[in-house]
Ligand binder design. Structure first.
Ligand code: SF4
Length: 307
């Protein structure tokens, strides 16, 4: 049996957990490749026009995996203890199910729902049993996978702390993991910043509990868990970076509201609001990044003399 894992959406939050879990259970899996032009194109064909760029990309990854595995992993997300998720996220299981019904898609799922008594472990237990595994083996695999996830997240955090100590310009990238880490839409920004001599600090890499608490300094009423984490990360990192880039995919409802709040309430640091639309040609984006970095350099020169 082979499981297909779409390299989009929650992959970037859970890939250590998922990959380790399946490996420990001895289940073969395939991860779709980094997003490319073809995956994006397929996603736009399957999605409705109003869908956000990130969900179009997700459908493109599902399309890629069809026929290459027995089940495709699509978790059903209702929300987290710290807040809800946007409706596109909540709907994605049903969207995938309906969009690819005629292709006879087989979905493997588990629930992420803070209201159910079932916690993550129980959901994994159910999923493991569905895959024909015994309770003891599933429990062991889950515990190892959790530990793997924890260790890797700690390593990511330590790596970022080392980056923060460097002398180069540091730019905080505030965007959903699935946008920032996506090779097609997020990576060109990281690469351009690198060419301009700036280091990207990823807002998503932070202590999540600390971030949720810190987010209250900017807004106490945000409903979305992921946005709370990102806003909190701004509070955590703002004194350690030279500028902030808000990265959103078009047309993201939660981000458009939250970015507006950030632009109004976070003062004293340059902020660039970038909307990713998946269009070809990066010249416009590069020009905006260049100008942004120039402004930061000029500001620093004014404060400390020529760099
Ligand atoms: S939060 Fe925004 S980018 Fe993410 S799924 Fe919802 S609309 Fe799309």
């Amino acid at each position: 049996m082979k499981i297909g894992i779409p390299r989009a959406f929650l992959y970037y939050k859970y890939h250590y957990l998922w990959e380790s879990f399946f490996e420990e259970l001895g289940i073969d899996y395939i991860v779709s490749p980094f997003t490319n032009r073809e995956i994006y194109k397929q996603g736009t064909i399957h999605a409705i026009d109003e869908a956000c760029l990130s969900s179009k990309i997700y459908l493109g990854h599902i399309d890629y995996l069809l026929g290459k595995c027995d089940y495709i992993l699509v978790p059903r997300v209702f929300g987290y203890e710290d807040g809800t998720v946007c409706t596109k996220f909540q709907a994605i299981y049903d969207v995938v199910n309906n969009t690819f019904r005629e292709q006879n898609i087989h979905i493997l799922y588990y629930n992420i729902n803070p209201k159910e008594t079932a916690n993550e472990f129980r959901s994994f237990l159910k999923m493991g049993k569905f895959l024909g595994k015994k309770k003891a083996a599933i429990t062991r695999a889950y515990l190892i996978a959790k530990q793997t996830q924890k260790i890797n997240q700690m390593m990511d955090l330590q790596k970022q702390e080392r980056l923060l100590e460097r002398k180069e310009l540091k730019i905080l990238l505030v965007g959903h993991q699935y946008n920032v880490y996506d090779r097609y839409i997020g990576d060109p920004i990281i690469q351009t910043l690198k060419e301009l001599g700036a280091i990207s600090i990823i807002a998503d890499i932070c202590d999540k509990k600390e971030a949720i608490e810190a987010s209250k300094k900017i807004s106490e009423t945000l409903p979305w868990a992921f946005n709370k984490e990102l806003v909190g990360a701004i509070e955590i990192y703002r004194e350690k970076v030279d500028g902030i880039i808000l990265m959103s995919s078009f047309p993201c409802g939660p981000d458009s509201l939250v970015n507006e709040i950030v632009l109004r309430r976070v003062k004293g640091i340059p902020i660039l609001n970038l909307i990713l639309d998946g269009q070809e040609g990066s010249a416009g984006m590069e020009t905006r990044l260049e100008s942004f970095i120039d402004i930061i350099k000029l500001k620093k020169e004014d404060q400390h003399g020529k760099m």
